[in-house]
Design a protein around this ligand. Structure first.
Ligand code: S3P
Length: 168
């Protein structure tokens, strides 16, 4: 029986691996891939940092517009920005054609991988990441169809998602 939803949508904290995992899934499942942050930057010809310099609202309005556009695609793996769950309209749009996977990576592991100085929301340091996780974990859980822990290898997390998606 064909699946009623054709996209895989990855949500989770910044640095949890969404973009890397999405690129691998795209190859393994022969799907297309779109990264929300890159899409926004290309559409508005402006970096996300510059948008945040105007205001966070300025960025979030554009993020919601892009969610609605991307949500119309089919056979896509979609990697989202970490704050996509701040507006439930975004999730409503993305879940029309997509199954939503929450990539949950321990903050201690994220901090080993990311350069906090290059992310607008992390310029105040690592504690901010723990605070954001506190605020957002329940929103990610509420938004997702599947909660997937990412505390092993990239291969393992891809396999978990592929197995779940195949069963749908
Ligand atoms: C954000 C995460 C970023 C980017 C923006 C805001 C957030 O994306 O959308 O800086 O609110 O967590 P990544 O999760 O890809 O870093």
């Amino acid at each position: 029986m064909p699946k009623d939803k054709k996209n895989i949508v990855l949500i989770g904290m910044m640095g949890c691996g969404k973009t890397t995992i999405a690129r691998l899934l795209k190859e393994k499942l022969h799907m297309h891939w779109v990264d929300m942050d890159l899409y926004i930057e290309q559409k508005y010809q402006m970096s996300i940092s510059d948008m945040f310099d105007i205001s966070e609202d300025y960025f979030r309005e554009r993020e919601t517009q892009c969610c609605k556009e991307i949500a119309q695609k089919e056979n896509y793996v979609i990697s989202t920005g970490g704050g996509v769950i701040k507006n439930f309209e975004n999730i409503e749009a993305l879940s029309q054609r997509g199954y939503i996977f929450y990539i949950d990576r321990p903050i201690s592991l994220i901090l080993k991988d990311v350069d906090t100085s290059t992310r607008p929301l992390l310029k105040d340091g690592a504690q901010k990441l723990y605070d954001l996780y506190e605020q957002r974990h329940s929103l990610y859980l509420k938004a997702c169809d599947y909660h997937v822990k990412n505390d092993g290898t990239l291969e393992e997390i891809c396999l978990k998602i592929m197995n779940l998606f195949k069963e749908l």
